[in-house]
Every structure is written in C-alpha cells, then in structure tokens.
Design a protein around this ligand. Structure first.
Ligand code: ATP
Ligand code: MG
Length: 242
C-alpha cells in the first residue's frame, strides 16, 4: 500500500540564503513521486536528506523528533520551516500504524516511551518488549521495529543502519519485507549500501539539482563500497594509510 503518493514543494523560492532553502537540493525540489512500498533517499552528508524527511514526517502528522503520532515531546526547537511549504498527496486509505524513527533522537524517543508507560509497564513490555534504555543501541532499535511496527503502516526512518551491525541490517531487510507484505510503506534516508539493495525499491539521489531516481548499482554507496572491498589494500595506499 502506498499512503503518500507524492510530495510537492509549493513555495516559490525567494529565501535562497536562509535554511532550509540555502540547501540546493531543497531549493530545487519541485515534486517527489512515491510509487513503491520502499523509497530510499541517499546523498552526501549535509545534502538535505534529514531536512526533507523530517518535513515529510511532520506533514504526515508525526512529532519532529520522532515517535508515533501520539508523541508530542520536544527537547529542542530545531525543525525547519520546510514542512509549511510541502504538500503531501495522500491515498484515500489511511494507515493504521506509523512511526518516525530517527537515529539522531532515538534516545529521547526511548525516554518518552518510558515516561508514557510509567504506570503501565506490562503494556510497555507488550508493545516495546520492555524499556528501550535497558538494551544496547542496536538491540533497542531492532526491538522497537520488531515489537512496535505492526503493519498497515507508514514508516519514516532516518539512518536506521547507524545502530546496526551488518548482520542486523540484513535482519532489518527481512523485517521490512514482512511489513511490506502487510501493506506498509517505508520512506528511508540512509547511507547503507545494504539497505538500498531492497529489491524493486525506488532510490532517490539527492544532488544540487534536486532528487533523481538512480539504479542500485549506479549509487555511490554501491560503487564505492564495491571498489573499496575489492581494492582495500590499494586504497589504503592511496589514502596514505600505509
Ligand atoms: N536547524 C538548522 N539550522 C540551520 N541549518 C541547518 C539546520 N539543520 C541542518 N542544517 C544544515 O542543512 C544542511 C542539510 O542538513 P541535513 O541534516 O538535512 O543533511 P543530511 O543529508 O541529513 O546529512 P547527514 O547525511 O549528515 O545526516 C546542512 O548543511 C546543515 O548544516
Ligand atoms: Mg541526516
């Protein structure tokens, strides 16, 4: 199921020297078509992925710092004004579940969950498999997805790989497939060459002129990782490490 079909930028851009329109990819974004159950957004550090994905999430009703639609905690006022100017074209079907998960503020989401279930620990065990603070970063990330993502859902993830070992990134792919089979849509910003291998996903490359669809094997992640692994000794020399 595709819940968000398209993202349109409705603003005529005059503020090219002010965040977020000083980011070329955001200034040049007109519309983004989402037609697959899994859409990835890839690009260099600072290219605007989090800014965009956060604005999509806020428009879809999520808390800017992450969580479900019922989370309204705020630890800082740092989200951009981009969400005011984005328009989401949504399908007639509404998702039953949803989560905005950002690696950056996962700690605060875990604290918020502890607080919400302060007097209902058995419910927390049921929904989240216990406190997320009492597991390692990667363990708690996977536990959240395993226990809390129930399908028929819209899941917006920002760098989910950052907590995960390579093996657990493979586990995440399997969990995603299971959730896609249960009518879910994922929108994911990532640097992971593993996650973007999800079959038949759309991959948008963020660049100065906006966002463009790319094939898996044409992504920087794929090409550079492949080159590095096949030539790590040569590269160590090229980088002046030896
Ligand atoms: N609150 C803010 N105020 C001003 N500038 C910001 C703010 N947040 C981010 N920026 C700038 O906007 C640009 C894009 O940031 P963004 O976080 O969207 O990048 P990103 O593609 O997610 O990068 P990364 O891969 O490192 O997560 C960066 O140059 C950053 O310095
Ligand atoms: Mg980011």
């Amino acid at each position: 199921m595709i819940y968000i079909n398209q993202v349109k930028n409705t603003k005529s851009i005059e503020e090219r020297n002010i965040y977020p329109y000083n980011i070329p990819s955001i200034a040049n974004l007109n519309e983004l078509t989402l037609q697959k159950n899994v859409t990835f957004i890839v690009g260099e550090n600072g290219s605007g992925k989090s800014t965009l994905i956060e604005a999509i999430a806020i428009n879809a009703g999520f808390n800017p710092e992450g969580g479900t639609r019922n989370f309204n905690f705020q630890t800082k006022e740092s989200h951009s004004s981009l969400f005011n100017n984005l328009k989401l074209i949504r399908s007639a079907y509404r998702e039953k579940d949803g989560f905005f998960l950002r690696a950056e503020s996962f700690y605060n989401v875990a604290s918020e969950i502890d607080k919400l279930f302060e007097f209902e620990r058995s419910k927390q065990d049921l929904y989240y498999g216990g406190s997320l603070h009492e597991r390692s970063h990667g363990e708690s990330f996977l536990a959240l997805i395993q226990n809390r993502f129930s399908g028929d859902g819209l899941y917006i993830l920002d760098e989910p790989e950052s907590a995960l070992s390579i093996a657990n990134q493979l586990s995440l792919l399997v969990m995603m497939k299971d959730l896609v089979d249960k009518n879910s849509q994922f929108i994911i910003a990532t640097h992971s060459p593993i996650l973007i291998a999800y079959p038949s996903a759309d991959i948008y490359q963020v660049s100065e002129n906006g966002l463009n669809l790319v094939n898996y094997e044409d992504t920087e992640q794929f090409k550079l990782t492949k080159y590095f692994i096949n030539n790590h000794q040569i590269m160590a020399k090229e980088l002046g490490l030896v």
